[in-house]
Design a protein around this ligand. Structure first.
Ligand code: ADP
Ligand code: MG
Length: 238
């Protein structure tokens, strides 16, 4: 569960064309990384996939089902942002479970799912703390935990590590790779960090100005970039 098909997706804000016709198929369980310069439409495309933004034209399907008009909560998707707004007055346990509470999931079920996610993210000993009592890396793990408890078949990450310092970025990146193996869920991950892209991706999608320049396995892009633009982002420097 968690395959995704994008067909001829376009998005304009007023007269500005931001996404200019994107076709992409993501396989069930695949880890796909989006890269491309700032402003090329990566976040907008994630928001369209999540249902937080409506495409101007084109279609998307999840698990073979058209979701063009399906509301966000019914798409089986969880999104992790770079600015992980946690509720400061709630402890880690409630921050992680809040969305489930609001959906009316039974308490015992919430407890089970939060406990399981906390174990995966080494947050067991921090469940009673408030966000102010956590490090930046721990807070980002809570934000990831909040996504995991929803048991989505598709995770969307929008530059989740860009607020962390270098050492934490490496640790959290390894954590995310591990989660991908454990959960078997499909993951789409936006980053501007070439090392993250190369190490996490089954396939990398290089965007430029609202269009896909090239899609391929990391080593394919590295050794045989389609053009200078891709080479500048991913390719071998020679
Ligand atoms: P990226 O994530 O690749 O940096 P974005 O998807 O955030 O790019 O933005 C792509 C373009 O769309 C930018 O020019 C941005 O200013 C514009 N944009 C994004 N959201 C809106 C919006 N709600 N209204 C108007 N323009 C927007
Ligand atoms: Mg962005």
């Amino acid at each position: 569960m968690g395959s995704l098909v994008l067909e001829k997706i376009k998005k304009s804000f007023g007269s500005v064309d931001v996404i200019k016709g994107v076709d992409l198929t993501v396989q069930d369980g695949e880890f796909v990384v989006f890269v491309g310069p700032s402003g090329c439409g990566k976040s907008t495309l994630l928001r369209i996939i999540a249902g937080l933004e409506e495409q101007t034209s084109g279609h998307l399907s999840i698990d073979g089902r058209r979701v063009d008009v399906t509301p966000p909560a019914k798409r089986g998707i969880a999104m992790v942002f770079q600015s992980y707004a946690l509720y400061p007055h709630l402890d880690v346990r409630r921050n992680m479970g809040l969305a489930l509470e609001q959906e009316g999931v039974p308490k015992a079920d919430i407890e089970r799912r939060v406990t399981k996610a906390a174990a995966m993210l080494q947050l067991e000993t921090l469940l009673a703390r408030r966000p102010a009592e956590l490090s930046g890396g721990q807070r980002q793990r809570v934000a990831i935990g909040r996504a995991i408890v929803r048991e989505p078949s598709l995770f969307l990450f929008d530059e989740p590590l860009s607020n962390l310092d270098a050492a934490l970025r490496v640790g959290t990146r390894i954590e995310i790779a591990k989660l991908h193996r454990q959960l078997g869920a499909t993951m789409i991950y936006v980053t501007h960090d070439q090392v993250e892209a190369m190490t996490l991706a089954d396939r990398i999608v290089v965007f430029n100005g609202g269009k896909i320049e090239q899609v391929g396995r990391p080593m394919e892009l590295y050794h045989t970039p389609a053009n200078l633009f891709v080479a500048g982002f991913i390719g071998s420097p020679t």
